[in-house]
Design a protein around this ligand. Structure first.
Ligand code: AMP
Ligand code: MN
Ligand code: MN
Length: 321
């Protein structure tokens, strides 16, 4: 029996938390686990607390039941998904503090082991892949499979990032066998953009700037531009992926403004730079090829600070060769 199942056997209530600005893996893992508990452990009182996620995930079962506000409730077991440290839980960390037992399911190399028990597979493509290993496959129904498939699709960039393994593909195949409409999930939640999302993507690409001899690229969206288009962080998915695919680019940076002198930073690399180290240095985290953090200062300051770290890693690599 897995650790998750053992912990579920020993509780009468379980709350599920994820990270701030929840992405497809976070929403998929949280709702997949929620449906699994509801169908396999009907006696357990359960709920999911997350910040508002993009409506493109509304096809996932339980999406409308996600709670977005903290309240006075307590839960005996707290399960945190896809969150590498306590701060990533945002205001919902209060439920972790009130719980008697806690379990973290994650795949971030920067995971701090903050829960009582931590199942962290840094080789795993996604938290949904980690979750698949913790639940009984025979009890995965179509709606749970849709959640897990969505998470895997998003964290692998549709099965192409370096985190994709033969096991990832095998799991995706098993989920396909549960009858998920894989084509629609991929198109509707990953590739489909609203008109405005396409416009902001276009603008970000148009204004992008290369540096370090074309080996790096960045683009930044200021708050006044976000207001002009009526977009928020949830509309920026995919911008960093296109920057990353610029020919000759090793490292890509995308920023969008979140405060007077504050930016949400996304970092991606091709094959040399370890962006998880850079993000961790600035208080964030993530994976070797995809990481993020929040930074203060002007756009100029942020890019300068990041550029120093990227240049240092590139130089170190050149010296090794
Ligand atoms: P993003 O650029 O936001 O898509 O994030 C890329 C990866 O880095 C994801 O796995 C995130 O979970 C992780 N990440 C992003 N921001 C942070 C942060 N502030 N702290 C820790 N991990 C982060
Ligand atoms: Mn995530
Ligand atoms: Mn993830």
């Amino acid at each position: 029996m897995t650790l998750l199942e053992r912990m579920l056997m020993n509780t009468d209530s379980a709350v599920i938390l994820g990270h701030v600005r929840p992405d497809g893996d976070c929403v998929g893992a949280a709702l997949g686990l929620y449906s699994y508990i509801r169908s396999c452990y009907p006696a357990i009182r359960t709920a999911v607390y997350l910040e508002e996620a993009s409506p493109k995930f509304s096809y996932l079962k339980g999406f409308d039941e996600i709670r977005h506000q903290t309240d006075e409730e307590s839960w005996r077991l707290c399960i945190c998904v896809d969150s590498s440290d306590r701060e990533r839980l945002g205001e919902f960390v209060c439920y972790l503090d009130r719980a008697e037992a806690s379990l973290c399911l994650d795949h971030h190399v920067t995971n701090t082991g903050y829960a009582q028990h931590n199942v962290v597979d840094a080789q795993g493509s996604s938290t949904c892949e980690v979750l698949f290993g913790q639940i009984d496959e025979s009890r995965i129904d179509k709606s749970i499979a849709e959640c897990l498939y969505t998470g895997i699709v998003h964290d692998t960039g549709v099965f192409k990032y370096s985190c994709t393994s033969p096991r990832t593909m095998e799991i995706a195949g098993r989920l396909m066998g549960k009858g998920v409409d894989f084509g629609s999930i991929i198109d509707d939640s990953f590739y489909r953009k609203t008109y405005i999302q396409n416009q902001i993507l276009g603008r970000a690409l148009l204004e992008s700037i290369t540096f370090l001899d074309g080996r790096c690229i960045f683009s930044a969206i200021r708050q006044n531009v976000m207001e002009l288009y009526g977009v928020d962080g949830r509309d920026m998915d995919g911008i960093i992926d296109q920057l990353r695919l610029t020919e000759g680019v090793e490292a890509a940076i995308f920023l969008y403004q979140t405060g007077a002198q504050e930016y949400k930073v996304s970092l991606r690399s091709q094959s040399i730079v370890d962006v998880s180290k850079i993000a961790a240095f600035f208080g964030g985290g993530g994976h070797v090829r995809a990481a993020g953090c929040t930074m203060s200062g002007s756009i100029h300051d942020v890019i300068n600070n990041l550029s120093l770290h990227i240049a240092k890693q590139l130089e170190e690599r050149e010296q090794e060769e």
